[in-house]
Design a protein around this ligand. Structure first.
Ligand code: PRP
Ligand code: URA
Length: 242
């Protein structure tokens, strides 16, 4: 049994060895090359701890979720293509840099996915955003598609698909089917997600191996109602109505 870390050791990105971290703060590994889990830094884990806490009220839930969403968007943008771009600096030097190539748009899975739109707008000025309304049946957990409204030229864009919760994976799979039916190739879809269950992440990666997933955390599993555990409860309710 490893010795508990002394307080003076709880500093820095490797604030404790993995064996000494609380199990719920170490993401379950998912062995699919297109599932990218954010680095499990103390900051990220502290933010997740805030939003997992049932005693966190709505204002703090929104504030801390938004901070994680911002990290997800910033990481997601790293997966978009860039081309070489050389500029001149004010001191007369040239700098061989890069710039983004290609058009993007966001697509949120309503309702909870809409909570991620602002984070995307904060990073991508005037980004176009489409919507897909999918709701999970409370009894069966099966997703139902009600509505979609997407940019007309979506087939020519990279799509950042937004939904904070990936539980069984049913809703996200249905959303990708909608995008594919509009001509978006799998390899141009990037799914940004806050918490995934291992089974949801694996279902998703098996069905759509070319869709990249960027998630902040892969939890332990699902409960009998197909809620993620330890999870954070119903994201949409906590962000919008509770
Ligand atoms: C939640 C969540 C996902 C879905 C995940 O939405 O935002 O869309 O459930 O579950 P799944 O992976 O098992 O499909 P919900 O349908 O509860 O609606 P909401 O966004 O209005 O809360
Ligand atoms: N939707 C949520 O909001 N939370 C879960 O744990 C599962 C689905």
């Amino acid at each position: 049994q490893p010795e508990p870390a002394a307080p003076s050791q709880c500093v820095g990105p490797e604030y404790r060895p993995d064996t000494q971290k609380p199990t719920a703060t170490v993401s379950t590994e998912v062995s699919h090359e297109n599932v990218h889990i954010l680095p499990q830094t103390p900051q990220l884990i502290a933010l997740l701890t805030m939003i997992r806490d049932k005693n966190t009220g709505r204002a703090d839930f929104i504030f801390y979720s938004n901070r994680i969403i911002r990290l997800l968007v910033e990481e997601g943008l790293n997966h978009l293509p860039v081309i070489e771009h050389t500029i001149s600096t004010p001191v007369g030097r040239s700098y061989s840099g890069v710039k983004f190539e290609g058009k993007i748009c966001g697509v949120s899975i309503m309702r909870a996915g809409e909570a991620m739109e602002q984070g995307l707008r904060d990073c991508c000025r005037s980004v176009r955003i489409g919507k897909i309304l999918i709701q999970r049946d409370e009894e069966t957990s099966k997703p139902k598609l009600f509505y979609d409204k997407l940019p007309e030229d979506i087939a020519d864009r990279w799509v950042l698909l937004l939904d904070p919760m990936l539980a069984t994976g049913g809703s996200a799979l249905m959303a990708v089917d909608v995008l594919k039916s509009r001509g978006v190739p799998e390899e141009r879809i990037l799914f940004l997600n806050l918490i995934a269950s291992p089974e949801g992440a694996v279902n998703f990666a098996n069905k759509f191996p070319k869709v990249r997933v960027v998630t902040a955390f892969v939890d332990i599993g699902l409960n009998e109602k197909n809620y993620i555990v330890p999870g954070l409860g119903d994201f949409g309710d906590r962000f919008y109505t509770m």
